[in-house]
Ligand binder design. Sequence first.
Ligand SMILES: Cc1ncc(C[n+]2csc(CCOP(=O)(O)OP(=O)(O)O)c2C)c(N)n1
Ligand SMILES: [Mg+2]
Length: 382
Amino acid sequence: MAAIRTLEQDGVALLRALEENGSALRADWTGEVPDDEQALAIWRAMLTTRLLDDRMLKLQRQGRVAFVGTSTGSEAAIHGSAAAFAAEDWIFSGLREGGAAVQRGMPIAEYVAHMFGNAEDTAKGRQMPNHFQCREANFVSWSSVIGTQLPHAAGVALAFRRRSEPKVVCGYCGDGATSSSGFHSALNFAAVYKAPIVFVVIDNGWAISVPSAKQTSAISYGAKARAYGMPGVDVDGNDFVAVLAATLEAAARARRGDGPSLVCLRTYRIGGHSSSDDPTRYREAAEVEYWSQRDPLARAESYLRARGVMDDQRLEQSTSEINTQIAAAVEHAEAVGPPPLETLVEDVYAAPPRHLTRQVVDALRIRDEQGEAAKIQGKFPL
Ligand SMILES: Cc1ncc(C[n+]2csc(CCOP(=O)(O)OP(=O)(O)O)c2C)c(N)n1
Ligand SMILES: [Mg+2]
């Protein structure tokens, strides 16, 4: 196995606002600093994602949810960046940014309904779990096909510009997705047409079993921006203050009409790629240990304690409030049945074509004759 990944292994200067232990801003920090209310809101969003991930993974292990891709260890990157966008802005995500939809107002019950793929799932059970969407939060449904959300995001940004709508777009992707053709097309296109978009790369160290160090021979992901003709920055992704500041600057540039930016957040995927993965087969325990000691949530908590707005009581109360909401949502979601079979071909055509209608009629007949299909036993195939 290769050497372990560390935060500053390649000597690239990362934008950093907080001291390593989070206790204070660095003496040389001159960037934007959130007020305590905003900092607490970002922290709470991070905590919510941590608790949702913990619960969903347990449900998956119990066979109650089919698939989970956790964000544990990357919460500052996700929530610090998402906080830079306004309610009317649009977010295109990858696998791990679903918590940003919750941060933007998606109810926890809706998040959980989607994980179960039940009748209350806004995707009507047709997506893999952990592929979130929320119209009210302007959070767009994504495809697992890596990098495909980025050309869509650039196109929507360009539409906003053409229509003179004062909105910007955030396009998230992972380190692995930077090797996709969608990444190249989207960055090139957005820069040429000055689309109001911020590309946020969450470099969590791994693309399944491919280490970030093998993903590119560029000195950093941020360095790729230069070739596209846009600003790029590499940020300590576990530092929510630096993440927020870098993303705010990029969003402001897009809003001014000056075009796209690339914000690269260096962080870590503490868990497996997904609930189907065993990361001990390809990475060192020492690496996970190194990054566990740089937990972004603990760092944000230290900062807020030093600011005098966080204490054990607040921590316990928030944890218990969020866990109560999650528990209620899970109990409810399990009581709701699967989406009705009749909905299977809705929403695609104004009037479903005959061959699809025939399939639904057949499916209903088979169900009536033979009952619902039994749950599959054994491994989930992905
Ligand atoms: C086009 C395409 N190729 C391969 C895959 C298989 N695949 C699923 S996730 C993944 C890695 C993604 O890594 P990264 O972009 O770093 O995101 P992360 O999972 O680390 O958040 C790959 C290769 C896919 N889904 N789509
Ligand atoms: Mg990755």
